[in-house]
Ligand binder design. Structure first.
Ligand SMILES: [Cu+2]
Length: 159
């Protein structure tokens, strides 16, 4: 816990330091966005749900990440991406992945859920029936890493 709060303080400090520089390159045209390399073996995974299982009512989803760290969206260090970090995205009922060298869609909140504050879990209220879930990590500008760090897509049934 001590470690975590230190990290939060560092993140806040970093965001304050780069508030002006960050504002300039946040939400800009993405043409020049360079995909961040992901470290070898980095993995995103859904911790608590199993492919093919049935869950009742609201579904809590816990996001797992190994080999990388969480950093909120928009945060850079003096304008530079913080290496090996990103924030989670949960794709709900997304059949086909969008181009992964661009920011993940921000205008489809029911299917492309951004966790830009660095959250590591959420609770979904899904209609009864089958649903697919997949996690994908993306960098400060919502662009996935190279190679992409994403979980296996699972199908669950909600009743
Ligand atoms: Cu995002």
């Amino acid at each position: 816990m001590k470690k975590l709060s230190k990290l939060s303080i560092a993140l806040v400090a970093a965001s304050l330091l780069t508030a002006s520089a960050g504002a300039a390159d946040h939400g800009h045209s993405t043409a020049a966005h360079v995909m961040q390399k992901s470290p070898k073996g980095a993995k995103a995974y859904i911790v608590n749900l199993r492919d093919g299982k049935t869950y009742k009512g609201k579904v809590k989803v816990i996001f797992g990440l190994s080999g990388m760290g969480i950093s909120p969206a928009g945060i850079t260090a003096s304008g530079q991406p913080i290496p090996d970090t990103g924030h989670h995205h949960l794709l709900v009922d997304v059949d086909k992945l969008p181009p992964l060298n661009q920011p993940l869609p921000a205008d489809k909140p029911d299917t492309f859920k951004h966790f830009g504050k660095g959250q590591t879990e959420t609770t979904l209220e899904l209609a009864p029936g089958k649903h697919t879930l997949q996690l994908i990590l993306a960098d400060y500008g919502h662009v996935p890493h190279d190679p992409p760090v994403m979980s296996k897509k699972i199908t669950i049934t909600v009743e």
